[in-house]
Design a protein around this ligand. Sequence first.
Ligand SMILES: Nc1ncnc2c1ncn2[C@@H]1O[C@H](COP(=O)(O)OP(=O)(O)OP(=O)(O)O)[C@@H](O)[C@H]1O
Length: 242
Amino acid sequence: MIEFRDVSYAFEDVPVLEELSLSVESGEFVVLAGANGSGKTTLLRHCNGLLEPDSGTVLVDGTPVADDLVAARSRVGMVFQHPRDQFVAATVGADVAFGPENLGLERSEIDRRVEAALAAVNMAGREDEQIDALSGGEQARVAIAGALAMDPDHLVLDEPFTGLDDPARRSVLERLESLSAEGTGVVLATHDLRDVLALADRLVAMRDGRVVVDDAPERAIAELEGLEVRVPEAFRPEADRC
Ligand SMILES: Nc1ncnc2c1ncn2[C@@H]1O[C@H](COP(=O)(O)OP(=O)(O)OP(=O)(O)O)[C@@H](O)[C@H]1O
């Protein structure tokens, strides 16, 4: 479980998270929505200690992140908004293998994970390609594959669909759905609620650093008015459709 308990955080003196509490159970699929600047990225960066709360606590499986950064970072797989920030190797295969290698796994298991993770993002067989030579969408897919290959207990993804074409997006969604069914907790921040609402157990929406909606998707969408969250047509009440 990932648990935020009364978390407050400010950049300089500007409050960004305000006494925010939220829990995500193992195996739960939570979609995080909210207008630009509502605090989603700031919240997610607390999951593995990239940011530390000014007050309050973030716990991963019961242990405060600050007490055991290594445990938090191996349990929580993160996919950042800007994939370039997370590459550590020059080629696709070496980058995706980096995390499993650090876990000390056997070579055959590492190779199996790299192959499966690349297949899940429609990048099968592209291990030898240079990351610098990939398009933005392809780099985003490699970043997701890197997190998948860690086989983490929880996956936290910040706008993972930016630049992804439809087949890649569908492939990633299918993988997230099966991971969640197998017990991996998924937290996905996105502006693009297309398709993800059908998979989500909960939709959490933020405004001004607080959680203002936390409900099953079908109920939550009725509470999103005024939050600048665009609800896909299929989920809107018939009267609101164009
Ligand atoms: N490094 C930083 N220094 C100062 N202020 C920051 C920094 N990062 C974010 N902020 C501010 O914190 C607030 C929340 O930003 P955050 O990126 O968490 O929002 P978000 O909900 O993820 O937005 P978006 O949907 O645009 O990605 C914004 O007002 C932003 O300007």
